[in-house]
Write a protein that binds this ligand. Structure first.
Ligand code: PGA
Length: 233
């Protein structure tokens, strides 16, 4: 079944030349739909059928130095925008800020890819995870039509920043499926995807789950052979 796979390049690569080369190496035709999310400075300079941003501000204009607005993203043909990534939450982004960003994106008809997740270790308890997700989603989705959103479940411990194949820690797909069912049934969100150390070897396990509509890949999306494998599984 056709799913959606996001490439979250994070703050990579180092130059525009490398970014163009990376985008050119990703298949245009693949089994799953693909969205490239380069750093915002490269948006508009990268040629790929579907583009996403990694973050945005919650206002469309004004004295907000360094911020990028949803309307600016829209004018760069951006169709999706990640919000609430754990790496942004770790820098002080609150659920109230995330809620404001989700609303601002929907106003511009950009689909928010809202990241939620929790946990510093593999042995986390399902109920504890659900409690934390509820605390995040209750605020993130206040006053929002959740059916227009994609929610990405990313256990914080599973998110890596090194070689995706070197990472031993991997969420088990059955647990991710259970969490996806919880998110879908309680919040009526449009799609639920999974992220955290996805690589060419474990991706299929997640893609095969009925309630997981796709993947958010970080490290593996920077390696064309890994990413091209994932998007064709
Ligand atoms: P990772 O990143 O695939 O490198 O774990 C996923 C993410 O942070 O979205």
């Amino acid at each position: 079944m056709k799913k959606i796979v996001f490439a979250n390049w994070k703050m990579n690569p180092a130059t525009l030349k490398e970014a163009k080369k990376l985008a050119a190496s990703i298949h245009r035709k693949s089994k799953h739909a693909v969205v490239l999310c380069p750093p915002s400075v490269f948006l508009g300079l990268i040629d790929y059928p579907r583009l996403g941003a990694q973050d945005c501000f919650w206002q469309n204009r004004g004295p907000f130095t360094g911020q990028v607005s949803p309307s600016q993203l829209k004018s760069m043909k951006v169709k999706y925008c990640i919000v609430g990534h754990s790496e942004k939450r770790a820098l002080g982004e609150t659920d109230e800020m995330i809620n404001a960003k989700v609303k601002a994106l929907l106003e511009e008809k950009i689909i928010p890819v809202l990241c939620v997740g929790f946990g510093t270790k593999v042995e986390q308890d399902d109920l504890e995870v659900v409690d934390v997700l509820k605390a995040q989603l209750d605020i993130d989705l206040t006053g929002v039509d959740a059916s227009k959103l994609i929610v990405a479940y990313e256990p914080v411990w599973a998110i890596s920043s090194g070689d995706p194949l070197a990472t031993k820690k991997v969420e088990n797909p059955e647990h991710a499926e259970k969490i996806a069912i919880f998110i879908r049934s309680k919040y009526k969100v449009g799609k639920v995807i999974y992220g955290g150390s996805v690589n060419p070897y474990n991706a299929k396990g997640f893609l095969e789950q009925t309630n997981i509509d796709g993947l958010l890949t970080g490290g593996a999306s920077l390696i064309p052979s890994y990413f091209n494998t994932i998007i064709n599984l």
